[in-house]
Design a protein around this ligand. Structure first.
Ligand code: FAD
Ligand code: UDP
Length: 365
């Protein structure tokens, strides 16, 4: 029997659920507080005609064929492998740390086997890896930890590496070869016409009504829906009854350089030690757009503002579990997405989680 669903949030989690439910004949009302769809993946042309990501750089990467094929129904892709340099000791060096990083930083000429031995020698052998500090020390040792990770992490999270769960720093691999790609996934692409265009196609089914600038929780209180899917911050849903679940925010400083065709050698340059911002991204690298000027964004981490990141550390996980226990008893509501599940998910992981929810609700699996 078809139902009438309310979906709160039109990011990846909400849009995937909406698309799947509508395809099975359900009516879907999807609401977002913001004036646009696509959540944090939203992209738009700035006033100079350059496609930018207002909420920071988004690069799609996945190892999941199912997720890639699912999204491929709504977009063509542009092959793009993201590369990042970190400004350390006045030089721009590859991050993730690889053979080139070590050779350039220390003025060495190590072969791949030498680089492997070098890393093995400097890394700290630990019996137990619990924090992000443990991860970095056991991967690259003290000096590289201080130069590439300690300062960046302090800026990004307002916390020391030792105060964050292992998963945060474990996102960044260590390599003894010359592979300088930021991600190691088998599939790395950008949606050819951008994310917003892809979302428009996902939400094109006439069974879906999109309402922007709308608080979905207000609609929930007023409306009569057979089921609700909530993708916003978990603590907000419960009116912060158990106190704040910490999320990290960012301030984005966008800039257009009208006479610079290309500013950076690669898409992103990280600033682990100097500057207040963590990184500068130049969008034309990601999108492949041709333009006589260029548009960039600097990311300044901050405590207050839109919730962008869950903060993975044991006390926050404990608070999340308290909220989750409440969520589990909430009748007729499913919680999914990076904010609602309080997981440091990439886009593909959110798509995967949403597909699981949709399968359960439609009885597909
Ligand atoms: P969101 O995109 O946050 O969507 C949730 C939506 O819910 C929001 O639009 C919000 O307005 C809305 N909402 C909340 N409460 C309400 C309410 N009460 N009523 C109505 N609407 C509400 N992932 C990658 O894979 N690759 C990357 O390169 C990458 N880069 C990133 C860079 C930055 C700076 C950030 C912050 C994230 C990045 N991510 C990246 C992660 C990616 O943004 C997320 O995984 C994904 O967008 C999460 O989708 P979501 O639907 O769970 O949440
Ligand atoms: N990190 C770091 N130095 C870097 C890049 C990353 O210390 O040059 C650490 C930092 O703690 C960061 C985490 O690794 O928050 C994850 O980095 P990623 O680039 O995946 O963060 P995101 O793109 O999600 O902001």
């Amino acid at each position: 029997m078809s139902g009438h669903y309310l979906i709160i949030g039109a990011g990846f989690a909400g849009a995937v659920c909406a698309e799947r439910l509508a395809a099975c004949g359900n009516r879907v009302l999807i609401a977002d507080k913001r004036p646009h769809i696509a959540g944090n993946a939203y992209d738009e042309y700035d006033s100079n005609g350059i496609l930018i990501h207002p909420y920071g750089p988004h690069i799609f990467h996945t190892n999941s064929k199912r997720i890639f094929e699912y999204l491929s129904q709504f977009t063509h892709w542009r092959f793009y492998e993201h590369r990042v340099l970190a400004r350390v000791n006045g030089a721009e060096l590859p991050i993730p740390i690889n053979r080139t990083t070590i050779n350039k930083l220390y003025d060495l000429d190590l072969s791949e086997a030498d680089a492997k031995a070098y890393i093995e020698n400097v890394r700290v052998k630990l019996d137990r890896v619990a924090t992000s500090e443990d991860v970095v020390l056991s991967s690259v040792g003290h000096d590289l930890c201080e130069k590439f990770f300690r300062g960046y992490t302090l800026k990004q999270w307002g916390l020391d590496l030792s105060q964050l769960s292992a998963g945060v720093a474990a996102r960044i691999p260590t390599r003894s070869n010359d592979d300088d790609r930021y991600f190691g996934d088998t599939m790395q692409f950008m949606p050819a016409d951008g994310y917003t265009s892809m979302f428009k196609k996902m939400l094109a089914n006439p069974n879906i009504e999109v309402r922007l600038d709308t608080d979905g929780l207000e609609l929930k209180r007023k409306g009569d829906f057979s089921h609700v899917i909530y993708t916003g911050p978990l603590d907000a849903y419960f009116d912060y009854r158990l106190g704040r679940l910490p999320y990290r925010s960012l301030r984005f400083e966008h800039e257009h350089l009208p006479t610079t065709e290309r500013l950076q050698k690669v898409g992103t340059v990280n600033y682990p030690n100097d500057e207040q911002f963590t990184r500068i991204t130049e969008f034309k690298h990601l999108t492949g757009q041709s333009h006589p000027g260029t548009s960039i964004v600097r990311e300044y981490p901050q405590a207050d503002g839109d919730p962008f990141y869950p903060i993975p550390r044991p006390e926050n996980e404990a608070k999340f579990q308290e909220y989750k226990a409440m969520a589990d008893t909430e009748q007729g509501v499913t919680f999914v997405g990076r904010l609602a599940q309080y997981r440091y998910y990439n886009m593909d992981q959110v798509v995967g989680a949403a597909l699981v929810v949709a399968d359960e609700l439609t009885g597909e699996k």
